[in-house]
Write a protein that binds this ligand. Structure first.
Ligand code: 16G
Length: 245
């Protein structure tokens, strides 16, 4: 915990930096699930920070369920939250996936509006340069646990009023007879930058999964181009494989 070993956290208030450093220690296995968190006074000595600062950082860990405090016994690193098993062979929406597990989806809007498409959106959606697009950027949470940051782009013809989407994009598309029926999805590994890590409540540099989905309508037209970053510690993606004949 010595300050000279704080590689990735140099910005923001000291308690937030300590919070990040402690979550990092957990993801790096320095503080494994079930282990005891050193007492506040010890952390204060190790880090040369005040007790008040240490207490605030510990309170943030408790709030996020990363630390469990037991009366008289101290503070413990919580067991790692269970990973969600996510099928790679069914075309479902985030809201449907969570409802199936009995979890409630909430959304923190990061942006929602009509824009000129970027060159990669023009290509992915097969647009003409003069076409406009609807863009939805959201932090997606299940039972208040942040799981993914998603930016969906759709041809404006499919979603003329992006403000219509309050919870589920696919539900709005289905109402208008535009439910996607097929999709191509690409997954790659990333280390989360500071901004994404903060939204997903993990340490900067933690593992994430970048997922790109292009989904198609029954008539073959493109429905959406969505770029997402998922928490790397929250998912197992599962696909059924068959021997090809
Ligand atoms: C999933 C899709 C995303 C789609 C969203 C719709 C992945 C990687 N992404 O999160 O492309 O836009 O569902 O969810 O699976 P909604 O209907 O709950 O808004």
């Amino acid at each position: 915990l010595a300050p000279d070993q704080w590689q990735s956290v140099r910005n923001g208030p000291l308690y937030a930096q300590l919070f990040q450093r402690l979550t990092e220690a957990m993801t790096q296995g320095l503080l494994p699930p079930g282990s005891t968190l050193p007492p506040e006074r010890e952390i204060a000595q190790l880090t040369a920070l005040s007790r008040v600062t240490v207490r605030r950082a510990v309170q943030m860990l408790v709030r996020d369920g990363l630390i469990v405090q037991k009366q008289g016994a101290g503070s413990f690193v919580a067991a790692a939250p269970v990973r969600l098993e996510q099928s790679m062979s069914r075309l479902t929406s985030f809201t449907e996936d969570m409802a199936r597990r009995g979890l409630t989806t909430t959304t923190r809007w990061l942006g929602r509006g009509v824009h000129d498409p970027s060159p990669d959106e023009v290509i992915a959606l097969g647009l003409r340069q003069e076409d406009r697009v609807a863009r939805l950027a959201r932090l997606r949470l299940a039972d208040d646990r942040p799981l993914a940051i998603e930016q969906a782009t759709l041809p404006l013809a499919l979603l003329p009023d992006p403000g219509q989407v309050t919870t589920s994009l696919y539900a709005v598309l289905a109402e208008d007879g535009h439910r996607p029926v097929r999709a191509l999805q690409k997954i790659s590994a990333v280390n989360l930058g500071a901004e994404d890590a903060t939204l997903l409540q993990v340490a900067t540099g933690a593992a994430g999964l970048r997922i790109e989905r292009i989904s198609y309508l029954e008539d073959g037209g493109v429905a959406e181009f969505t770029r997402s970053v998922y928490r790397g510690d929250a998912y197992n993606f599962v696909a059924e494989l068959r021997l090809s004949q």
